[in-house]
Every structure is written in structure tokens, then in C-alpha cells.
Design a protein around this ligand. Structure first.
Ligand code: SME
Length: 160
């Protein structure tokens, strides 16, 4: 199993995602434990992009419960439909929020968080967890992040 990531720090964002995807595939291929894999995926994303907060919320008993993450301490439970994470779960859709203060019901785990992207991770027809990435800058997420993170989500869906 690869223990180091090799990402060119001078590469642009799409190139970093292109480089990261096969390395994440290799990372999870060698390990069968889901929590170990989610932990490394969160670390790989933080290491590559320096995100303010990146992690997973897992669906448990009709709530999202905090899973492996990198960043400041965060809210532990989110109800169905609540916040950006709960909305992504309810809609089964990727949600990009350029300004969290303008998203009705946004859950502010940290006042430093300014923009956010949340992607549902499916097991069959049901959402099994969400991938949540927060930035301390406004409008920090674009279609390159959506495309790159969708590829990360696909890798995780294959091991669920
Ligand atoms: N802001 C999220 C809550 C999770 S934290 O940002 C880590 C939301 O509104 O769902």
C-alpha cells in the first residue's frame, strides 16, 4: 500500500484531482476496513488541497453521525433535511454553497467556515453517508471540485 501521496504542489486544481484519484484508489484497494479507508481519504484530501474541514457523516438511525474527518472539532449529529449535509441526504444531490450565510438552515460548526460542498455517497438507492468539505473562503468550490470529489465518492461507493 502506498503510504505517501505524490502531488505536484504547483499543479492546478483539476490536475491535482487527476493525480490524486488513482492514488486514493490504490490506498483503499489494499484495505478492507471502511473506517480506516474513510480516514485516509479525508487525510488525502486535506493534504492535497489544504481544506479547512473535510470529512464524512454516516447515516445511522435516521441521523447523520460524525465519522472520520480532518479539521477542527465538529457537530456530531445532523437530522434528515437539516443543514447542507442533511439537505444533500434528503435530495440525494451534490450541493455547493458559495456563501454559507445565505443557505437557509446552514449548521455553523465553525464561524470560520464560509463556503461548502456536500456530496451524497450511495449504497444502492439509499444515502449511506455524505462527504462534506468546508472552506474558510467564500466561493471556494467549483465544478472542478464537484467532478473531482464525485470521482472520490465513486471509489468509496465501490467499497460499501
Ligand atoms: N455545515 C454543515 C455541518 C457540518 S460542518 O460544517 C463540519 C451543514 O450545514 O450541514
Amino acid at each position: 500500500m502506498a503510504e505517501d501521496l505524490y502531488i505536484d504542489p504547483s499543479a492546478d486544481k483539476p490536475a491535482k484531482y487527476r493525480s490524486l484519484i488513482p492514488q486514493v484508489e490504490a490506498l483503499v484497494r489494499g484495505e478492507s476496513d471502511l473506517i480506516a479507508n474513510l480516514s485516509n481519504v479525508a487525510a488525502a484530501l486535506r493534504q492535497t488541497f489544504g481544506f479547512f474541514w473535510v470529512g464524512f457523516y454516516l447515516v445511522k438511525d435516521r441521523q447523520l453521525v460524525l465519522g472520520p474527518f480532518q479539521g477542527p472539532v465538529a457537530c456530531t449529529r445532523i437530522d434528515f433535511g437539516k443543514g447542507v449535509c442533511g439537505a444533500a441526504w434528503e435530495r440525494k444531490e451534490v450541493i455547493i454553497v458559495p456563501d454559507v450565510d445565505k443557505f437557509p438552515g446552514h449548521i455553523a460548526c465553525s464561524s470560520l467556515s464560509k463556503s461548502e460542498i456536500v456530496l451524497p455517497i450511495m449504497k444502492g438507492n439509499e444515502v449511506a453517508m455524505v462527504l462534506d468539505v468546508d472552506s474558510d473562503r467564500l466561493g471556494d468550490f467549483d465544478t472542478a471540485d464537484e467532478e473531482g470529489l464525485r470521482n472520490i465518492v465513486r471509489i468509496i461507493e465501490q467499497i460499501l
